[in-house]
Design a protein around this ligand. Structure first.
Ligand SMILES: Cc1ncc(COP(=O)(O)O)c(C=O)c1O
Length: 405
């Protein structure tokens, strides 16, 4: 694999300064930075073959369509889906989950059915299900989280029943970094007859995902957390489910024929892709996947574990440090508080030192309530972060904490 300095050199933003200091970017769970290849691919589309897709006979439209459908194949291979028609382009994880909640759930669920989520979900994997439950009379059940920030698996088994129609859980927690034992969860849910959706927003940049091996029914993620563009995401679904689902939006592209008497819908995946798609974003996602293939998963993981271990050890030396959650399997994220200092005060002062971290509830308010805290300071790591970044964070905290104590 490329060395970390080589990888860093591919990301132009990493050479910039913030407040007169070299940027230390530790907000990768919110959004990752983009390699030059992704930026160039997007600009190349606009500069050389910008046109609408699927409808044109002219050269630019054909080129754009080929590039876009080429990206669909790249995503298919990246997730190891059986067919490329199982890959639906969306605007992000949030959009993907809303398609499921509005289309699959509203047509399938009835009073007394249950959807099972967990207490560590992002709001995107909570609110759409609440809306679906409200519309159908289904009930939302929640797997509790232990003090370590892991799912309570005994409680999961108790909650899972013949009433459970869908299990929808995060692969990795955005707030704590917990890697959920999704293989086990999927197996149990399937054996009780439930379908499974995995929110992979925080997983795809950190570990290989094989939807066939997992045997999940649906999997969603956002391109911008995978070194790709914003406004772009994926909903993977087994073809047998997608074929049965009604489209969420009506309009161009999603139809086979339209008349005032009767409209018939297009095949999957187009049935779910009404209107002109985010062509630049889709092609950019393809470039981000090419970038991921230039890395070696084993080394990505080893690098990340080295950074996490160093961060836990260095930050753990600080007086008043309170880590929120200490999951046995963790990926990319550390959440903490120091004494009773408000995390946003710490975050604002760290920014003065060029260090970008996230503060607040991380769109996981129920999880914060579980730990009886208003929020945390979250450092989240990407492939370009170094041991030096961790040391700068630790040194930065040592400098700013006394100002706020
Ligand atoms: C676990 C998880 N799910 C869903 C989302 C929502 O992603 P997006 O805002 O890209 O739709 C996020 C974003 O932080 C996330 O971390």
């Amino acid at each position: 694999m490329k060395s970390i300095p080589e990888i860093r050199s591919l990301f132009p933003i990493l050479t910039r300064e913030v407040n007169g200091k070299p940027l230390v970017y530790l907000d990768n769970a919110a959004s990752t930075q983009k390699p030059q290849a992704v930026i160039d691919t997007i600009s190349d589309y606009y500069a050389r073959y910008n046109a609408n897709v699927h409808r044109g006979v002219h050269a630019l439209s054909v080129e754009a369509t080929e590039a876009m459908e080429g990206s669909r194949k790249k995503v298919q291979r990246f997730l190891n889906a059986i067919e490329d028609r199982e890959i639906i382009f969306t605007s992000g994880t949030t959009h993907s989950i809303n398609i499921l909640a509005q289309s699959w759930a509203k047509d399938t669920l009835k009073t007394g059915d249950e959807i099972l989520i967990s207490a560590l979900e992002h709001h995107s994997n909570i609110v759409p299900w609440q809306m679906a439950c409200e519309a159908t009379g289904a009930v939302l059940k929640v797997i509790p989280v232990t003090d370590a920030g892991e799912l309570d698996l005994e409680a999961f088994e108790t909650l899972l029943s013949a009433h459970t129609k869908l299990l929808s859980v995060a692969h990795v927690s955005n707030a704590l970094g917990t890697v959920n034992p999704i293989q086990k969860l999927i197996q149990k849910a399937r054996s009780s007859g439930a379908l499974v959706h995995i929110d992979g927003a925080q997983a795809v940049a950190h570990m290989p995902v094989d939807v066939q091996a997992l045997d999940c029914d649906f999997y969603s993620f956002s391109a911008h957390k995978l070194y790709g563009p914003t406004g772009m995401g994926i909903l993977y679904g087994k073809a047998s489910h997608l074929e049965k689902m009604n489209p969420l939006f009506g309009g161009g592209e999603m139809i086979k024929s339209v008349s005032f008497e009767k409209t018939t819908y297009n095949e999957i995946p187009f049935k779910f892709e009404a209107g002109t798609p985010n062509i630049a974003g889709i092609i950019g996602l393809g470039a981000a996947i090419d970038f991921m293939y230039s890395l070696d998963w084993k080394e990505v993981k080893a690098h990340e574990q080295r950074i996490l271990a160093l961060a836990l050890s260095e930050l753990g030396k600080m007086e008043g440090m309170r880590f929120i959650g200490m999951p046995a399997e963790r990926s990319g994220v550390i959440s903490f508080l120091i004494d009773d200092i408000h995390p946003s005060d710490l975050g604002t002062l760290l920014d003065k030192l060029g260090i970008a971290v996230r503060t607040g509830h991380h769109c996981a308010e129920p999880l914060m309530n579980r730990f009886q805290i208003p929020g945390t300071l979250r450092a989240s790591f990407g492939i370009y972060n170094t041991e030096e970044d961790v040391m700068l964070l630790a040194a930065g905290l040592k400098r700013v904490v006394p100002m706020l104590s």
